[in-house]
Write a protein that binds this ligand. Structure first.
Ligand code: SF4
Length: 356
């Protein structure tokens, strides 16, 4: 199906990169002093996002049953990771989860499904759920559902989808090392399909999967080229059943340098410290917030993380504040009066009640 590109300026990054490839290499290789890199990265971080730190919580609506072989994933075929598998939750169940999240203070509802991508039936079910959540609850809906074409992208857009997550994960030249059942181009095409219909892009990486500095730099610039507005940076966790051959050793200092590179190449994008922050950044977690402006709390898809109270404490300790205002970059979509620290604690309780 031919679609006309729909510009969505609120959901695209616009500011050019602040460093070039050789400057990025100098940061990653340790040639640039650490504090010099952090100082440079902190400027755009505070210019575009002030002192706010956004907290994201995931809702896994389908787990396991995946025919793909992404080497980093506990849900991959033949992974034998022992995770609990369940098929797509029914629409009423998902709607109820969104309702509880809204009552607890969330303005954005993020749904994640395992698998190659949704078939026609799943698209129908997802789009009616998206429509209901966005129209009846007034929430922004994000979805992560794998590979899609333009036709499916348009159906989801028309249902009211605000943002689509599909991580590039690594560079094009390294992609074959981490997955053999689909290609880097499949991922790019999905992002382009979503961009063409005006859905905002959330796409990031998993670092530590045997990639080189050049791979990191290439994927960071690729995300810039695609005007990705939200970039989760995951630090590879060696989950049971993974198939990554030569994982890198990630020191806390190197993780900070990586974040600086992504921030300086993508100055006005939301940079999110995602899975693995606890184990890989360790005592430098609070320093990461001087560069990144968002994080996940309460765990990841199949892995436990630090709880919301510890996370809020860390945010406050370094002089930042948890974002309760629904700002997107410099744009304000809506003002919510229901945000409060108490509500965020409730959100954590709500997350605990989701079967996983
Ligand atoms: S990352 Fe997604 S597509 Fe890849 S194995 Fe895991 S669930 Fe399947």
């Amino acid at each position: 199906m031919q679609t006309q590109t729909i510009e969505n300026p609120f959901n695209q990054s616009k500011i050019p990169s602040l460093i070039n490839e050789s400057e990025a290499l100098s940061i990653l290789s340790g040639k640039t002093p650490l504090l010099e890199a952090v100082w440079s990265a902190n400027k755009p971080r505070e210019e575009f996002f002030g002192k706010k730190v956004r907290i994201h919580i995931l809702d896994n609506i389908k787990n396991g049953h995946c025919p793909e072989d992404c080497g980093y994933c506990a849900q991959r075929k033949n992974g034998n990771s022992g995770i609990q598998e369940y098929t797509l939750k029914n629409p009423d169940e998902i709607f109820e989860s969104a309702k509880k999240a809204k009552e607890s203070g969330a303005y954005r509802f993020c749904m994640v499904t395992a698998g190659t991508g949704p078939n026609k039936n799943a698209i129908g079910s997802l789009s009616s759920t998206i429509k209901r959540i966005s129209e009846e609850l007034g929430m922004k809906v994000c979805l992560s559902a794998g590979i899609l074409d333009n036709e499916k992208a348009m159906v989801l857009k028309e249902a009211g989808l605000d943002r689509y997550n599909h991580n590039l994960n690594t560079s094009e030249s390294h992609y074959g090392e981490i997955c053999t059942t689909h290609t880097f181009s499949d991922r790019i095409n999905t992002l382009k399909a979503m961009n063409d219909v005006g859905v905002g892009l959330c796409s990031g990486v998993i670092v530590g999967m045997g990639e080189s500095f050049e791979d990191i730099i290439n994927v960071a610039f690729k995300l810039k080229e695609l005007k990705v507005i939200s970039i989760p940076i995951n630090f590879f966790i060696q989950v049971a059943g993974h198939a990554i051959k030569n994982p890198n050793t990630l020191t806390p200092e190197y993780c900070i340098r990586l974040l600086c590179v992504f921030r300086l190449i993508n100055p006005d994008s939301e940079i999110r410290v995602a899975a693995g922050r606890e184990g890989h950044l360790r005592s430098l977690q609070s320093m990461s917030l001087m560069i990144a402006n968002s994080l996940f709390a309460s765990g990841y898809l199949n892995i436990k993380g630090s709880d919301i109270n510890q996370t809020i404490q860390m945010i406050n300790d370094c002089g930042y504040e948890a974002d309760f205002d629904s700002h997107e970059g410099n744009m304000i979509y809506e003002k919510t009066d229901i945000y409060s620290e108490d509500n965020i604690k409730n959100l954590y309780k709500y997350k605990k009640s989701i079967p996983s």
